[in-house]
Design a protein around this ligand. Sequence first.
Ligand code: IPE
Ligand code: IPE
Ligand code: MG
Length: 247
Amino acid sequence: MSFKEKINPGKLPLHVAVIMDGNGRWAKQKGKIRVFGHQNGVKAVRDTVEGAAEIGIKFLTMYAFSTENWNRPRYEVDALMELLVSTISKEKETLNKNNIRLLAIGDLNSLPGKCHQELQEAIRDTSANTRMSLVLALSYSSKWELMNAMKQIATKIEKHEMEASSVNEQTIAEHLCTKGIPDPELLIRTSGEYRISNFLLWQIAYAELYFTDKLWPDFRREDLYEAIVSYQQRERRFGMVSEQLSK
Ligand code: IPE
Ligand code: IPE
Ligand code: MG
């Protein structure tokens, strides 16, 4: 029985987030340069996106480039940005065909002009699609996002547009890049690393975490389904006790 068949369609996570890791190691294992791993990671993105839409996931967030990734060697950063531009322009049609809307979170203004432009176009051209939202995290880090939110809120208080005493969880959520997007119920990280690497710290407060040793270029929809089956076997208690949940 495949993992897909084991999924309970009535208990699907609304939002799945993925830390796509292990491209460099995948390439190294094959005696190739790191960029070869990134190129092959695109296939995994395509299959995961299609696989998620196919079973009815509504939001899929993929960590593609972190604020810290700017510190990689210049050659690798440039190659990643170029790959991003070519992938977005190539995949736009597929997104439209599959009725998938593209969104992006992160410091998008820090992306090279061509990349930012291609991204904005794809976001605009897919904005009417309704089946699933694909959220790309680009030049994203959670601490950057939270710092920005705090600055915006502080400015509003300073200008008397808001009272400090009225700040609540919702106020903070509304000043994050993920405004309007529900929190992920499931976070997947590939490549056997057990860390969050500055990703969605606020939003994953109650997410179920799933780690796999698979390196990202080897990840396919069946791996996503396996993670969802694992998620569905867990009891999410939100601080309560088991007995309260069955009521
Ligand atoms: C993930 O793979 C892709 C990005 C971070 C852009 P890595 O490039 O981090 O690959 P490893 O972790 O070095 O193997
Ligand atoms: C996290 O992967 C960022 C992305 C997947 C885009 P990294 O490979 O950059 O994270 P660390 O350095 O292992 O924490
Ligand atoms: Mg890595």
